[in-house]
Design a protein around this ligand. Structure first.
Ligand code: 5GP
Ligand code: MN
Length: 352
């Protein structure tokens, strides 16, 4: 099959990949959509937005995720049908891999991001279409629709749907899922969206019935009081600022999380707060998990959070938003962080 790189709206005249996709979805078939572990709004939004359209044109579609979504995404239309691998109940996921005709991968750039689903994926010989906006997106797909200049995979899914002439099959459910992905991955239009075309896509989704007010309400106004108090604790007591590195970090142990009745998704967004401090260009949130320390990294300007995560913390992502893991004690993770930070001192201090 032809390898294809998608250049968003600029190179749509380059038809090869489109024709392959068109022919793959011409007749009703069984489609799997896969996305990454610790799914976020863009992962779930792009998967569900695509699923609604493929179903409406006659395909049988299943979405598989390695682990469950945070609560603030569970209201998305169609979410309850998603097969969650770690739940070990419900749909027979290995059988879905055997039975499917075609696999879409959305919003991730290496198969390792599939966690426990990765071995099933690697064994499969079915055609794979990757839709993603991460840099360094991998060679594991037959057709690749990749555009790191876009703020979200959900936007790319919509551009694909338009290009395939399927916009009429985008209903309010699909439009709402895709807009949720765009809104969350751009941090409410604050990052990775300094190009006018994104607002044309948003306008199209609103015309197709996307419920923007519901997205805002469900994603941002449904937090628990405990989560709000945990945020207060982080900012007031826990946040460390390293002015000599233009860096701030928050480190939360399990017992701190437990004392605020932590639920999955509660710390989402915390890492953005230190970046709003004048003179801070790099912010990291450490959270203690069962068998590792999770890092969420955010930066301003040209500081490459993804390179830092890739080099030192088994991770990756975007330049200004990346994730990683450290296998060891909490203290070791923080010690390592402060040591490797020194290697980036010059770069950090050169940022405005
Ligand atoms: P978060 O801080 O929200 O967990 O992740 C931020 C960004 O980094 C997301 O775009 C996510 O897809 C990416 N990311 C998080 N963890 C990893 C990782 O372990 N490897 C790679 N390649 N990307 C990651
Ligand atoms: Mn994304």
């Amino acid at each position: 099959m032809q390898q294809e790189t998608f250049d968003g709206q600029l190179n749509l005249s380059h038809e090869l990949g489109w024709h392959d996709i068109e022919s793959l979805i011409q007749n009703p078939c069984k489609v799997l959509i896969l996305t990454h572990k610790n799914p976020d709004g863009d992962a779930v939004g792009s998967a569900l937005g695509l699923q609604w359209v493929l179903k409406r044109i006659g395909h049988t579609v299943d979405i598989i995720v390695p682990d469950d979504s945070p609560l603030y995404l569970k209201w998305l239309p169609g979410h309850q049908q998603i097969a969650v691998h770690e739940r070990k109940s419900g749909k027979n996921i290995p059988q879905l891999f055997i039975d499917c005709d075609l696999i879409f991968c959305v919003d991730f750039n290496t198969p390792e991001r599939l966690g426990a689903v990765e071995p099933l994926f690697s064994k499969s010989s079915k055609p794979v279409i990757l839709i993603d906006h991460h840099p360094k997106s991998g060679d594991f797909a037959h057709i690749k629709l990749i555009d790191p200049s876009k703020g979200s995979t959900s936007e790319l899914v919509f551009l694909l749907i338009e290009k395939l002439g399927l916009s009429e099959y985008v209903g309010p459910e699909s439009a709402t899922c895709l807009l949720a992905g765009i809104l969350t991955d751009t941090v409410e239009f604050k990052v990775n969206c300094s190009y006018p075309e994104i607002f044309e896509t948003v306008a199209s989704l609103m015309r197709l019935g996307a419920d923007k007010d519901r997205i805002n309400n469900e994603v941002y106004n449904m937090h628990s009081a405990d989560r709000m108090r945990l945020l207060g604790y982080c900012l007031n007591t826990n946040m460390k600022i390293l002015p000599g590195y233009k860096t701030a970090y928050i480190a939360l142990t399990k017992s701190e999380l437990n004392s605020y009745n932590h639920r999955k998704g509660d710390t989402e967004g915390f890492v953005n707060y230190p970046l709003s401090i004048n003179g801070v260009v790099f912010s990291v949130l450490f959270t203690e998990q069962d068998d590792h320390i999770k890092l969420s990294l955010r930066s301003r300007g040209n500081f490459p959070a993804n390179e830092f995560a890739r080099k030192y913390f088994n991770g990756g992502g975007h330049k200004n938003a990346a994730g990683g893991r450290y296998f060891g004690s909490f203290k070791e993770a923080l010690d390592r962080f402060e040591i490797v930070l020194d290697e980036y001192k010059e770069l950090l201090l050169s940022e405005k």
